[in-house]
Design a binder for this molecule. Structure first.
Ligand SMILES: Cc1ncc(COP(=O)(O)O)c(C=O)c1O
Length: 437
């Protein structure tokens, strides 16, 4: 069975006869998402509630609460959810015939599409089941470590990635250093912290660096930090799980050699989709996964071996990227930042509310954590999330890791309205004792 564009988007196969009759495309074409008013830049569009209401109408979300906890994984937009269902059915229907025939070319097509948007070659991309798998394979497979080399990560990196870095201690005999991201985390303070840490560790060989961390939402200047590390002969594995599809960038903006990505967060793909990137010239520095021989070792696909797996998420990546591109990466980034700014700027004057991303748009997306002064423990922050839910039906989550204590993470999404974040701002003023709400 051949695989046509309609199927790639999760539609039923379109027979040649139907295409010839001119019916195929009409039968399966997803309804187009609302186009942004022509000639309006992302900043102007970001504040256009009517536009974003139309976008929100393309998501099914729970009416039971205001979801400001979209930092775990993303709700799929409806065209993607429906495509995923069709792809799961197709996988079940065709069974291994699909995996043994058409899927191989389909997976390669997905790699080509991702590569095109990220501005790299398809040969530099290998599909994984998510960001964790991608980054674990890069960390575990990094081949240049010698005993007593230093590896480093920060206190705000994702927990599983910290564990994978710690695992290298016993595996490769390296020393593990943990850098503290300063509070307040200004651009200069972050750059200084890395410069100091690098100077103190002449044996530094490998750095894990979160582009946009999942605890406070801070975005760090990846390009500058990668350049500083490179100057000292150290490699950087960039954790881009939370940044791609959220922030508008390509690989050239990061200029890194190794990176792990998730597609089920901000690209809106089904759970179970991600990929890793290895710059072509650096492939030999990451070992094949468990000495896998399925692909020749000069093929990046030898760096991932997930076994028999659910490929419906990969078959649906095309539909997710269609949706992403129909909105536009720049417009998504601007709207997501707008929602963060909208609630943050209503509480900035409160002396007992600490906002854990600085007022520098280059250093945040839509995720931003807050802390009420003195509320630094896990219990205190869980109590705040409970209160927000009980009193206001607002769903948020406590996060730990920042140097000055725990916090509450707030993560709007593309379907979040201005009213939703205004509700949070009022609730926070109420909680912080600064006004009624
Ligand atoms: C910063 C960061 N890195 C990595 C991951 C892991 O990604 P995935 O859920 O795709 O395995 C996450 C997940 O939340 C994350 O926030």
């Amino acid at each position: 069975m051949s695989w046509n564009a309609a199927e790639r988007r999760g539609g039923p196969p379109v027979s040649r006869r139907a295409v010839i009759a001119g019916l195929g495309a009409a039968a399966v074409a997803p309804s187009p998402p609302p186009a942004g008013p022509a000639g309006r830049g992302p900043a102007e569009l970001a504040a256009d509630e009517a536009h974003w209401r139309a976008v929100a109408a393309r998501f099914q979300v729970s009416p039971d609460f205001v979801n400001l906890e979209n930092g775990y994984y993303g709700v799929m937009p409806e065209p993607v959810r429906l495509a995923h269902q069709r792809n799961a059915d197709r996988l079940n229907l065709l069974n291994s015939h699909l995996l043994r025939t058409a899927y191989k070319e389909q997976a390669d097509q997905v790699r080509r599409r991702i590569a095109g948007i990220l501005g790299v070659a398809a040969e530099e991309i290998a599909l994984t089941r998510g960001g964790t798998e991608a980054l674990q394979l890069l960390i575990a497979g990094y081949a240049r470590l010698r005993p007593d080399d230093v590896i480093m990560y920060s206190d705000l990196d994702y927990h599983s990635m910290q564990y994978a870095m710690n695992w290298l201690r016993g595996r490769r005999g390296v020393r593990v250093e943990r850098l503290v991201i300063p509070e307040p985390a200004t651009r200069q303070a972050v750059l200084d912290a890395y410069a100091r840490a690098f100077a103190a560790q002449p044996r530094l060989r490998l750095l894990l660096l979160s582009h946009l961390n999942n605890r406070t939402g801070l975005v760090v200047p990846v390009r500058e930090i990668v350049a500083m590390a490179r100057e000292r002969g150290a490699d950087v594995i960039v954790d881009s799980a939370h940044s791609w599809g959220h922030l508008d960038f390509t690989m050239a903006d990061l200029n890194a050699d190794f990176a792990g990505f998730s597609l089920h967060k901000w690209m809106g793909a089904p759970l179970g989709a991600g990929f890793l990137y290895i710059r072509r010239e650096r492939l030999a520095d990451i070992e094949p996964a468990f000495a896998d021989e399925t692909y020749p070792h000069d093929d990046i696909r030898s760096r991932v071996h997930s076994g028999t797996m659910d490929v419906a998420p990969f078959l649906t990546v095309d539909a997710a990227l269609d949706f992403h591109q129909s909105l536009g990466a720049a417009a998504k980034q601007a709207r997501l930042r707008f929602l963060r700014d909208r609630w943050v700027h209503q509480v900035l004057d409160l002396p007992n509310v600490q906002i854990l991303t600085p007022e520098d748009p280059a250093m945040y997306g839509t995720i931003t954590a807050f802390r009420l002064a003195g509320h630094t423990t896990e219990a205190a922050n869980v109590a705040i999330t409970d209160l927000l839910m009980e009193r206001h039906r607002i769903f948020t989550v406590r996060r730990g890791g920042p140097v000055r204590g725990d916090c509450v993470r707030v993560t709007p999404a593309l379907f979040t309205s201005r009213d939703d974040v205004d509700l949070l701002a009022r609730a926070l003023r109420d909680l912080a004792g600064g006004g009624s709400g």
